[in-house]
Design a protein around this ligand. Structure first.
Ligand code: GDP
Ligand code: MN
Length: 386
């Protein structure tokens, strides 16, 4: 998932990487207001998740209110790199002494993060790289050690063409960029240009940031913080499952099931079909999630389609008494109206059965077939009755 420059820069600023002052505008009027607030000349930048905006006329400089207005009018609503421009970023214009290229990405063959750096950054970086690949230097990052300011400064010393003072100024920004790259599960974090300004500052003037789609659940909160709303996927229950760290899939049927491990869950689903029922969900609470029995149960039972429930636990490393203890507490709490059948086998099964008996006055079925059959029949009865 590619972020817009403005969101990416908010993340950079939060992590202590300097960026220009600026603001987002969705109309020429707003753009003028923002420019006013900033004072002095500004750059007006089309916000689309694509590169090469500078060359395509999507980055304009304006030094009067009229110019800002006309730049914004030209950009907003236009199409750039295949995207419609909804907003422009209005930023103070800075005087650049030197443009550097800095990017972190994952090398898929080496399976590690790499830093790409060139002292000749800017809009012609692709041409630079094609003509003189040696102008872009590559450094493999040790994921265990991370990157300190000193690491970066001494690596930059080997790159040449930067003064000691420049290296000292750039190194902390680069080290922080790596921190962002790793903390946000980025596939790419590219700052081009990282500018050295004539007044001696380091500024990230542009930023392309792409987050691994698989990390969306983990990064949702950080992204919402900077105004990025992830398009929601899945049903409401599935979203709640993700928040709880459970793999939950809502299905069409009315027999709820709670089993540990994907394999046992699939086998339980097969058994439900075999006895003529239809499963209401897939839910995995195996592995690390085996203490999440209570959360899982709440989720399954909050599905209004559920007419009955089968709890099928098979203990090995995961203890059935631990899982059942969670389930029993949740049931005492929820007092669900639907009939429930239990099958419990393996590690801790006697303690688990005793818990059921003592706290719920229930006995587990003698095996999973019998428990599943009871749940399917109970669901059919509920359906016929309701
Ligand atoms: P891209 O073409 O999509 O990568 O967009 P950039 O954000 O990198 O902008 C293109 C170019 O505009 C940059 O490489 C800079 O050379 C230039 N630019 C952007 N902001 C400023 C600024 O504040 N001052 C100056 N002098 N140039 C800027
Ligand atoms: Mn750029």
């Amino acid at each position: 998932m590619d972020l817009l420059e403005t969101a990416a820069k908010s993340l950079l600023a939060r992590a202590g990487v300097p960026v220009s002052r600026g603001g987002l505008a969705s109309s020429p009027h707003e753009a003028v207001q923002t420019a006013d607030r900033l004072g002095g000349p500004v750059v007006v930048k089309a916000q689309v998740p694509s590169g090469g905006r500078g060359k395509a006329g999507g980055v304009l400089t304006a030094s009067s209110a009229d110019a800002v207005e006309s730049c914004a009018r030209r950009l907003i609503g236009s199409t750039l790199g295949g995207f419609q421009v909804a907003n422009v970023l209005v930023e103070e214009h800075v005087a650049i002494a030197r443009e550097l290229y800095v990017a972190f990405t994952i090398d898929p063959t080496r399976r590690l993060p790499v830093l790409l750096f060139s002292p000749e950054g800017g809009v012609d970086i692709e041409a630079t790289h094609a003509d003189a690949p040696s102008a872009v230097r590559r450094w493999e990052v040790d994921v265990r050690g991370g990157l300190s300011d000193d690491d970066v400064a001494s690596w930059l010393a080997g790159v040449g063409s930067l003064t000691g003072a420049e290296r000292e100024r750039i190194a902390p920004a680069v080290a922080r960029l790596y921190q962002i790259f790793s903390e946000l599960d980025c596939e790419l974090l590219e700052v081009n240009p990282l500018a050295l300004t004539t007044s001696g500052n380091v500024l990230a003037l542009d930023c392309k940031l792409s987050i691994d789609d698989a990390a969306r659940p983990r990064q949702g909160a950080a992204l919402r913080d900077v105004g990025v709303e992830l398009p929601e996927t899945g049903t409401e229950l599935e979203r709640r499952g993700r928040e709880l760290g459970l793999s939950f899939i809502e299905l069409e049927g009315d027999v709820g099931l709670l089993a540990n491990g994907a394999g046992l869950t699939m086998a339980t689903m097969d058994a439900i079909s075999h006895y003529g029922g239809r499963a209401a969900n897939f839910l995995e609470i195996g592995g690390d999630a085996y203490t999440k029995g209570a959360d899982g149960l709440r989720l399954v039972l909050s599905n209004p389609k559920v007419n009955s429930l089968v709890v099928n636990f098979c203990g090995a490393f995961a203890r059935t008494d631990v899982m059942i203890a969670g389930v029993v507490s949740a049931l005492e709490d929820l007092e669900p109206g639907v009939p429930i059948s239990f099958a419990i086998r393996g590690t801790g099964e006697e303690d688990a059965a005793a818990l059921l008996r003592d706290r719920l006055g229930r006995e587990p079925h003698d095996g999973m077939e019998s428990a599943v059959k009871a749940a399917v029949e109970a669901a059919a009865t509920a359906k016929a009755g309701g």
